[in-house]
Design a protein. Structure first.
Length: 558
């Protein structure tokens, strides 16, 4: 219940851009048109992912009134995140003790990269829940406690993960098992003799084939989209047939994993040195190495992949929470080596950072020119978040007061713990500060930014003005606008007058796209409405077309 209440923060925030609005359109297609087999988005393109997430979300929407809105589109992801947090607590309690289980649970909720993706209408959290469940079920199988029940459970969960995000589940599980056996000093090839391995694989492939086989037979294009583009296309470089999108440096995934798990990630260097000290872990060493293996598998696979996105690291974060909880559980047994020194150094840095937050908040609220100096040099979303943060502090809103007080308490608790050598107090301070910060972000900052940038209110204004009239968008497909208008909004090209009906009709354009039109075309268009939020990246404009544009009036590009 604690996880559910915590992770539901921001569940009703409006969609922003296409990351959530496109999947929400797929869910609505299932609810409205009954396209359960292959859902289609608002532009009538088939789903790029297998349909399990859309099935479950559509069932949830139908069971609660048949309406697809932000909360219903995100409900499955929240439920999956709650399941992951409980599974993390259970696995940790089994190998680290009851206190270690509670600590891992709190650490996971305090990792921004995890909690921020809970109330998120995408397939990734459901995939993470199924993959982590399968990973935990496989542990006793590998360690010699194989049973038919766990074999079937692992196969079932892997099959459902494949039906959520494709065969990536098999790749990550298989690679992580190889890493674990190598870390344990065992030959991975010996596992091929185990009957349970082939039984698990057979269950997974057979159940996944119940959808894949008829889907690919009925539509050959799905094979190239879901396997060629969404799986191999994101792993391979563009020269070998990959999509080439979201290409980033090799270290991007590792850097983002560290960044989105702050301040907990400050203890990762201590963890790495502590892992080398086998005696301090005692019986917990094997399960800790086991969870380390899936973290390494995610890092290696997605660091080598051409396409790198923040959300790709999500399957590693539950295991990272277990590893960090393990560090604090064995903390009293650490000697005076590098692990202890790095652990102390991380505590000092964190206590200083917590104190700096309190001092900074006081300065921001009392020095009038400081907020403007802070936000003046920032750009895009960083500047928008900074504006909201400074406004919350200067007006002493309650969530910001809670975060500042939590930071002060954390600074005191961690400082006291470092002096008295009490890792439990350090863990308490870290968890308190992490959860307070994440709660502020997912419960206030991100929803407020989404409300400022979303097209939800603008779409309502557009609907009021145009009624049943034809609406087009200038530039490219606009999933967010389409979702809130309840229909796909076709792309308008002023150079192809046969692509639109006879005037009058309406066009939605961003300020940049509108500025690229030829001057005589701009002069012929009537502006009816604009978005007013100063936090939007670009202003959106509703235009009315009263006459057919000249064929020579194609957009001019600077």
């Amino acid at each position: 219940m604690l996880a559910l209440v915590f992770l539901c923060q921001g569940i009703q925030a409006p969609f922003e851009k296409d990351e959530e609005s496109r999947p929400a359109g797929l869910i609505r297609d299932v609810v409205r048109r009954g396209n359960w087999f292959v859902p289609y988005d608002d532009y009538r393109e088939p789903s790029r992912k297998p349909p399990l997430f859309y099935w479950l979300s559509a069932i949830a929407a139908k069971a609660s009134g048949g309406v697809v809105d932000e909360a219903r589109a995100r409900a499955v992801s929240v439920a999956a995140a709650v399941a992951v947090s409980v599974a993390v607590m259970a696995f940790s309690a089994a190998c680290l003790g009851e206190a270690g289980g509670r600590l891992a649970f709190l650490f996971l909720l305090g990792i921004y990269g995890f909690s921020a993706r809970a109330a998120y209408a995408r397939t990734d959290m459901l995939f993470t829940a199924l993959l982590f469940g399968a990973w935990c079920a496989l542990y006793s199988q590998i360690e010699g406690g194989a049973s038919r029940g766990r074999t079937f459970l692992a196969g079932l969960l892997i099959a459902l993960a494949i039906l959520t995000k494709g065969p990536l589940a098999l790749v990550l599980c298989g690679f992580a098992v190889v890493i674990y056996l190598m870390l344990s000093g065992r030959n991975p090839l010996r596992l091929l003799r185990e009957a349970w391995l082939w039984q698990t694989l057979a269950v997974a492939l057979a159940m996944a084939a119940l959808w894949y086989a008829p889907a690919f037979l009925s539509s050959g294009s799905l094979l190239s989209v879901q396997f060629g583009q969404e799986n191999l296309g994101h792993l391979l470089p563009a020269q070998l047939g990959g999509t080439g999108e979201a290409a980033r440096p090799f270290y991007y995934i590792a850097a983002r994993m560290v960044g989105t798990s702050l301040p907990l990630s400050l203890f990762i260097p201590a963890l790495l040195f502590a892992l080398a000290d086998a005696p301090v872990w005692a019986a917990a060493r094997k399960p800790i190495l086991y969870q380390l293996s899936i973290v390494l598998a995610v890092l290696v696979v997605f660091s080598l992949a051409t396409s790198k996105r923040d959300i790709y690291m999500l399957p590693a974060l539950p295991s990272l929470a277990i590893l960090l909880a393990g560090l604090f559980t064995v903390g009293p047994r650490l000697g005076a080596g590098y692990a202890r020194r790095l652990w102390d150094a991380a505590g000092v840095v964190l206590a200083a950072a917590a104190l700096a937050i309190v001092v900074g908040a006081v300065l921001v609220s009392h020095i009038g020119a400081l907020p403007e100096a802070i936000t003046a040099r920032l750009k895009s979303s960083d500047a928008a978040y900074a504006v909201l943060f400074v406004d919350g502090i200067t007006n002493w809103r309650w969530r910001f007061v809670v975060f500042i007080c939590a930071s002060g308490i954390a600074a005191i608790a961690i400082s006291f713990a470092l002096i008295r050598r009490r890792p439990t107090w350090v863990a308490t301070g870290v968890a308190l500060m992490s959860i307070a910060g994440v709660s502020l972000w997912i419960g206030t900052l991100r929803p407020e930014l989404a409300r400022s940038r979303s097209l939800k209110d603008f779409a309502a204004k557009v609907q009021t003005i145009v009624g049943d009239g034809n609406v087009y968008v200038l530039g490219g497909m606009e999933y967010e606008l389409s979702f809130y208008l309840g229909r796909g909004v076709p792309v308008w090209n002023p150079g192809k007058t046969d692509a639109a009906p006879n005037p009058p009709y309406y066009v939605v354009a961003s300020g940049e796209e509108f500025a690229k039109l030829a001057p005589d075309v701009r002069a012929a268009l009537r502006i009816l409405a604009r978005t007013q939020s100063p936090l939007r990246r670009s202003q959106m404009i509703l235009l009315k077309v009263d006459k057919v544009p000249s064929p020579r009036a194609a957009p001019t590009r600077s």
